[in-house]
Design a protein around this ligand. Structure first.
Ligand SMILES: CC(=O)N[C@H]1[C@@H](OP(=O)(O)OP(=O)(O)OC[C@H]2O[C@@H](n3ccc(=O)[nH]c3=O)[C@H](O)[C@@H]2O)O[C@H](CO)[C@@H](O)[C@@H]1O
Ligand SMILES: C=C(OP(=O)(O)O)C(=O)O
Length: 431
């Protein structure tokens, strides 16, 4: 992606109803990659990250902020590699602190270690319901720092010290922030009621590779013995389980022929089991899935009930794709989202493609399938919701437009190129 373009509003024009044909390779996980960028700032040595989704809009925003505070990042889009050199971190003094990404809080630890002062944009991210940051403030304060909430940014002062941190709820961002704060200082920090998702585990493995001593007991206790002087590393990002699920479901619904490469089966057991229960048989080897019209037993998708919660179950980020699946199932499906009950704004846009098929209230979506999609012009509300609109448009016979598709590009690396590689007719324009 052109450097100047990642902040622009985009629309995707789609001529739907075409059967996809080809191979799509799942990229490195957004929710791991963007965290490792921040963790790389803990060392002054060079960090090289492979299988890195270099063109994600969230990556470009985070890189933009990092480079403004003296970090040198060099992206190789062709090889999916980023090289990060953080030996020159300075105190931010920006005119504009508007960064629409969630994990700005992970940029604090390295700034504090270097300068005793950190400034970060307020955490943004998808509008999917209540997303507080009080637990991040708790971490910094427990570790001995002072937090001031200014007009445009959050300022943190002091030197991080080892502490005992206990979370009142399962939080991915909180666990990651505590890990990164603890890894770059001498001494041992204990994290209780942590949430070790696959992407958090990827962060733990990375922090170990740069020299932190981290042990976990079960899914919820972590002990981190950090070190002021961490080393460089070459490290591979795990594939994106949400992207993998997106392509598999799209392949089944579109009745095309798709090979999905780089599927992380080991971290997708429950999501794939639900597809099986809906009557979908996927053909797989150890890394790839082949989806064609023989995947549907009895040629029909069975209606289903799913509850979205924490790993290893189906996570909330996958919820919109089960909604699309339910729209093609023969009967009534129900989806409960316990994690983000108000992740429902995209539904009023999605129903433009399938009038009268959806009902929802906080935490519950009821889907009356099967629905024949009609073309529509829809506006993206959030990352996964935007991708579900793209899928609906591809499945509808005729011309559709998805406005603000840059939201999907926050988490789907090289989306246009991948769609065109599947022989699908679409093009991106500026809004
Ligand atoms: C970049 C990234 O990895 N994003 C993922 C991460 O978001 P994120 O890390 O923001 O989500 P958390 O796991 O922290 O949030 C879980 C719950 O904890 C609450 N909470 C969180 C922090 C806090 O300081 N106070 C507080 O009350 C949130 O409002 C939410 O209700 O996990 C979510 C599921 O867990 C996913 O949907 C997001 O895709
Ligand atoms: C909600 C998501 O991301 P973020 O937390 O970055 O907004 C997501 O990846 O679906």
């Amino acid at each position: 992606m052109n450097e100047a373009n990642f902040k622009k509003k985009l629309m995707l024009k789609i001529q739907g109803g075409q059967a996809p044909n080809g191979t799509v390779k799942v990229s490195g996980a957004k929710n791991a990659a963007t965290k490792l960028m921040a963790a790389a700032m803990l060392t002054s040595d060079i960090v090289t990250l492979y299988n890195f989704p270099t063109e994600l809009i969230d990556v470009r925003y985070k890189a933009d902020f990092m480079s403004k505070i003296g970090v040198n990042l060099s992206f190789d889009d062709i090889s999916s590699v980023v090289t990060i050199n953080s030996n020159n971190i300075c105190i931010p003094n920006l005119d504009n602190y508007e960064y629409p990404i969630r994990t700005t809080y992970l940029l604090v630890a390295a700034q504090l270690n270097k300068n005793g002062l950190a400034r970060i944009p307020y955490p943004g991210g998808c509008r999917i319901g209540d997303r507080k940051y009080d637990l991040h403030v708790m971490i910094w304060e427990k570790m001995g720092c002072k937090v001031s909430e200014k007009n445009d940014y959050i300022e943190i002062n002091g030197q991080l010290k080892p502490a005992e941190i206990c979370f009142p709820m399962a939080t991915i961002g909180g666990t990651e922030n505590a890990l990164i704060c603890a890894a770059g200082i001498d001494g041992t920090t204990f994290i209780r009621n942590a949430y070790v998702s696959p992407e958090v585990y990827c962060l733990i493995e990375f922090l170990r590779s740069i020299g932190a001593d981290i042990s976990t007991a079960g899914n919820s206790f972590i002990s981190v013995t950090g070190c002021k002087k961490l080393r460089g590393s070459s490290f591979k990002i795990i594939p994106d389980r949400i992207e993998a699920l997106t392509w598999i479901i799209f392949g089944v619904l579109s009745q095309g022929k798709i090979i999905v490469e780089n599927v992380p089966f080991d971290i997708m057991e429950a999501p794939l089991l639900h597809l099986k229960e809906a009557g979908i048989d996927i053909f797989q080897n150890s890394t790839d899935v082949y989806v064609n019209n023989n995947c549907l037993k009895n040629k029909k998708i069975q209606p289903f009930e799913i509850a979205c919660g924490t790993y290893p179950g189906v996570i909330s980020d996958m919820q919109p794709f089960y909604t699309i699946l339910g729209l093609k199932a023969h009967g009534i499906s129900r989806i409960y989202d316990y994690r983000y009950p108000d992740r429902t704004s995209y539904l009023s846009e999605l129903e433009k493609f399938c009038p009268d098929a959806l009902k929802w209230e906080s935490g519950k979506i009821t889907i009356n399938g099967p629905s024949k999609f009609i073309p529509a012009n829809a506006v993206s509300t959030d990352l996964r919701g935007s991708m579900s609109l793209v899928m609906a448009a591809l499945l509808a016979d005729g011309n559709s437009t998805i406005i603000d598709v840059e939201l999907a590009l926050r988490g789907y690396n090289r989306l246009l190129e991948k769609l065109q590689g599947l022989e699908l007719r679409c093009k991106i324009d500026y809004c």
